[in-house]
Design a protein around this ligand. Structure first.
Ligand SMILES: [Zn+2]
Length: 217
């Protein structure tokens, strides 16, 4: 399995591309902003990764939460063999209704897809030989979820926790007490690699990073 990071341009979220070359499957974690605002950086990475073969790939896009800067980049996606969007149930409700929690209206964003696959807290799946657990971690939004891979010892944390900081809690459905509980929960997992929604990845000292964040409360 190959992991590619597409760093966020401007206030767009980072996107993560996980590719299973043997089975022609692709897992995309977050889409970022509309490609017109990011120079189509996600599209360029997909073209580099897949070349002319995008239509051979079965693709799942997992959205860590419903914010515009994570969900509005669908114009970066080339044609695929199949494409499904997934998220937590609460995030799916926000996205599918394009409600105020998405911030789409506030920033003039548009999306055309619906989230058709939802994950319960604790749901697991495997991708390219790696296990993934979906953990609901509210606090930044009520529908925020992260992906933890025990086999990769990696956390794809969305806007819950970053290297050196945590997600803001002042946007609709943000909740400091829920954030505190979510961070405490993440201390239980053996995370060596933190791949967050914004900023650079952190390798090692992830537990200390989360402990420091908890001192803010
Ligand atoms: Zn966010």
């Amino acid at each position: 399995m190959d992991l590619r990071i597409v760093p966020g341009v401007s206030w767009s979220a980072n996107c993560y591309l996980l590719i299973d070359e043997e089975q022609n499957k692709l897992l995309i974690i977050d889409l970022g902003l509309d490609g017109r605002l990011t120079g189509y950086s996600l599209r360029k990475s997909l073209e580099e990764l897949l070349g002319e073969n995008s239509e051979d790939f079965e693709v799942e896009v997992f959205l860590t939460h419903s914010h515009i800067d994570h969900i509005a980049g669908e114009n970066n996606l080339p044609p695929f063999k199949s494409l499904i969007f997934s998220a937590s149930k609460i995030a799916a409700e926000h996205i599918n209704s394009r409600d105020h929690v998405t911030l789409l209206q506030q920033f003039g964003g548009k999306i055309t897809f619906s989230v058709e696959k939802t994950y319960e807290d604790g749901a697991t799946f495997s991708f390219a030989g790696n296990e993934f657990q979906v953990l609901h971690c509210p606090g930044h939004t009520d529908g925020s979820a992260v992906l933890f891979s025990p086999t990769m010892q990696a956390l794809f944390s969305g806007d819950v926790v970053f290297k050196g900081s945590i997600g803001r809690m002042d946007l609709p459905t943000g909740n400091p007490e829920e954030m505190r509980q979510s961070l405490k929960r993440l201390l239980e997992y053996d995370i060596q690699h933190l791949y967050s929604g914004h900023g650079e990845a952190l390798h090692g000292n992830v537990k200390r990073n989360i402990q420091r964040a908890l001192q803010l409360f």
